[in-house]
Design a protein around this ligand. Structure first.
Ligand code: CLF
Ligand code: SF4
Length: 521
């Protein structure tokens, strides 16, 4: 899993219009982006950075790597590294005991008060290590009741553990479901370990799928919010994933997260060694849109490490090694009070941002519960007017505002703007990772290759919004046909994207739709 530190934005929220600063997220404002959800669900997702796209601008999560073993083998995994269920492979985790995990969680909660969720996602399968996983959750539910608990699993052991999951107040569960067809499953999973036996092929996949579906149904019946992760493997399950979406939605899954396969020979995975490719940006987005139909899709996943700490997209794990945590003296009662203050300030910011846009009641993703009420998502590139859609890359460290220097960005958030019924509709599409262009000091601006790579990564994007940008990269972006913009610093992202879109439209610079091949997030 992955991360980032929250640089608290000095947003317009500090104004008296910031409202009551409802920390519970239940103020009932019609401008609240989650207002369409039932209250009990809104309370669960409001500050969960994975289950709410809007929340990921404001809140952080952390993982503790307490689960080394796994009960299945996936062709995209090498367990010397992190679990590819929810992790970017390639970096070995520091394995923790439950006691170390609890100490680390309390330390992070004190140091990063905007951390709201503790997840267990590896490096193996958390439910294949039930004692270690549940001991961690049990201790944390007692010592840190203000932290949400979250677990990610391949689902094989899930039905047997559903009752214990519910006992420990784990409100959010992710199941990685790559298929509902055993024939396809046999191409992804060479074996499972089941009832003390290793089982292979289609038979193994059939058992795994049955367990996943049963576990999903049991959790949904008990009111637990379930996100389904699927790894998009071109040529293996790409045509099949819309069916997966349909099936899991019918069972009551809250959100579907289609993630790209990461397969490189150096990872030592079967797919990596066999040359199985991952999807392009275009293929991923096309598949996400195909799965969306009337289903909620997660598009802001960072495929983070099993020991991730911080905001999505930033890694602060090194600050919380076992050695460093052992040297910390944490007063958790004081930390909880501080956390409550910080959360109230964040909610004041969010409330103010929403009040500035009372005509925008919905999240950029639309949860299933809302879609069942008849809400629809605009399809990418679609517009009811003659004006074309355009894509914008945004540099932000969090807070939902444009607050990052172009040269400091390690990733860009990609949004699409389109004219719809005389208004501008802004939609989040995904993220694109880049190498750091400016390392500060004398080296700033010398990273020619990094800038060239960034420009290539931003293919299909029309404008680049950041808080500041140097003359050199400005010229290079312009020469590449991009429109750099630093005029909307500290403004809410969607407002700034809409403003630049309008400006370019009025200037006649959006007369032709971008080429279809360029339209990828
Ligand atoms: Fe962790 Fe996963 Fe919980 Fe989030 S991550 S266990 S739901 S708290 Fe989030 Fe990371 Fe994507 Fe996972 S961005 S990989 S979806
Ligand atoms: Fe690896 Fe996770 Fe698959 Fe187990 S479930 S083999 S840890 S990717």
């Amino acid at each position: 899993m992955a991360l980032e530190a929250l640089d608290q934005p000095k947003s317009p929220a500090a104004s008296p219009a910031a409202g009551s600063g409802c920390a519970s997220g239940s103020c009932g404002s019609s401008a609240d982006k989650l207002a369409h959800l039932p209250e009990h669900i809104r309370a669960k997702v409001h500050n969960h950075p994975c289950f709410s796209e809007e929340a990921h601008h404001h809140y952080a999560r952390m993982h503790v790597a307490v689960a080394p073993a796994c009960n299945i083998q996936c062709h995209y995994c090498n367990r010397k590294y992190d679990c590819s269920n929810e992790s970017r492979p390639g970096v070995v985790s520091e394995l923790l005991t439950p006691e170390q995990a609890v100490a680390k969680t309390l330390a992070v909660a004190a140091e990063i008060p905007q951390m709201t969720v503790l997840g267990i996602a590896g490096p193996g399968d958390p439910l294949a290590n039930p004692e270690r996983t549940l001991a961690t959750f049990r201790a944390l539910s007692e010592k840190a009741p203000d932290i949400k608990l979250c677990v990610s699993t391949n689902g094989l052991a899930l039905p047997a553990l559903v009752d214990e999951i519910c006992e420990h107040n784990i409100d959010h569960v992710t199941i990685t479901i790559n298929c509902v067809d055993p024939e396809i499953g046999a191409k992804i999973y060479p074996w499972i370990f089941w009832n003390n036996r290793r089982i292979k092929g289609v038979k193994a996949a059939k058992i795994l799928i049955e367990q996943q579906q049963q576990g999903l149904q049991m959790l949904c019946d008990r009111g637990v919010l379930v996100k389904v992760n699927s790894v998009l493997i071109p040529g293996v399950n790409d045509a099949h994933l819309p069916e997966v979406s349909r099936v899991v939605k019918a069972k009551g899954a809250f959100l579907h997260n289609v993630m790209p396969l990461i397969a490189e020979p150096e990872h030592g995975t079967f797919y990596g060694l066999m040359g199985q490719r991952g999807p392009s940006h275009d293929e991923l987005q096309t598949l996400q849109d195909a799965c969306a139909g009337d289903m909620a899709m997660m598009r802001h996943c960072r495929q983070c490490r099993a020991d991730a700490v911080g905001m999505l997209g930033e890694d602060r794990g090194a600050e919380f090694s076992n050695e460093k945590v052992a040297a910390m003296d944490i007063d958790y009662a004081a930390a909880m009070a501080r956390r409550a203050e910080v959360h109230a300030a964040i909610e004041a910011n969010r409330s103010a941002q929403q009040q500035q846009r009372p005509d925008q009641p919905s999240e950029t993703f639309v949860p299933i519960t809302a879609l069942l009420d008849g809400r629809k998502q605009r399809q990418p590139g679609s517009t009811t007017a003659a004006a074309p859609a355009a894509r914008f890359a945004v540099a932000s460290t969090g807070g939902g505002v444009i607050n990052q220097h172009f040269g400091h960005a390690r990733e860009f958030l990609v949004y699409e703007a389109a004219s719809v019924d005389q208004d501008v509709d802004v939609r989040f599409l995904g993220t694109r990772k880049v190498d750091l262009y400016c390392a500060g000091g004398d080296t700033c601006g010398e990273a020619e290759d990094a800038l060239a790579d960034t420009i290539r990564t931003l293919a299909g994007v029309t404008g680049v919004l950041c808080s500041k940008i140097g003359i050199e990269p400005w010229d290079r972006l312009e020469a590449a046909g991009l429109v750099p913009n630093g005029e909307h610093a500290m403004e809410p992202i969607e407002d700034a994207v809409a403003a630049l879109y309008r400006e370019l439209l009025a200037a006649g610079r959006l007369t032709a739709p971008p080429a279809a091949t360029a339209l990828s997030a």
